[in-house]
Design a protein around this ligand. Structure first.
Ligand code: FES
Length: 118
C-alpha cells in the first residue's frame, strides 16, 4: 500500500495511505479527500495549475516511465520537461519528476509530493 507524503513549505507534511488495491485515484483526488490544499483549476489535465514534483522513496528502483499524453503536452508547455529529457526517460524507463496531480495515479510505491497551494 503506497504511502504518499504531501509537502509544501507553508504546511506541515502530511502522509496518507493510498486506498489499497484500487489504484484508480489521482493524487489530486487523494489530496482533496485528505484536505490537502493543493492548487488546481480544471481537474482535466489541461491547465497545468496542479503541477507537482514527485520524489520516489524506498530501496526499490522506481517504477518505469509513464506519462499521460495530456501531461506530456502540459509539462512541455510549462517548461518542466524538455524533449531530450522526455526521450531519455522513455529510453531509460524512468519515471518523471514532474507530474500533474489531476492525472497522476500513484502505483505501489512510496512517494513525496511537493505541491503548490493557492
Ligand atoms: S488541474 Fe488543470 S491540469 Fe490539473
Amino acid at each position: 500500500m503506497p504511502l504518499i507524503t504531501f509537502s509544501n513549505p507553508g504546511y506541515k507534511d502530511k502522509t496518507v495511505y493510498a486506498v489499497a488495491g484500487s489504484f484508480t485515484e489521482t493524487v489530486l483526488k487523494i489530496a482533496k479527500t485528505n484536505k490537502i490544499p493543493i492548487s488546481f483549476d480544471c481537474g482535466e489535465g489541461d491547465c497545468g495549475s496542479c503541477v507537482i514534483r514527485v520524489k520516489y522513496l524506498g530501496d526499490k528502483a522506481p517504477m518505469g516511465y509513464h506519462l499521460e499524453e495530456k501531461e506530456i503536452k502540459v509539462l512541455r508547455e510549462l517548461g518542466k520537461i524538455s524533449k531530450a529529457e522526455l526521450e531519455q526517460m522513455i529510453v531509460d524507463d524512468l519515471p518523471s519528476t514532474w507530474r500533474l496531480a489531476c492525472q497522476f495515479i500513484p502505483r505501489d510505491e512510496d512517494i513525496v509530493v511537493e505541491y503548490d497551494a493557492p
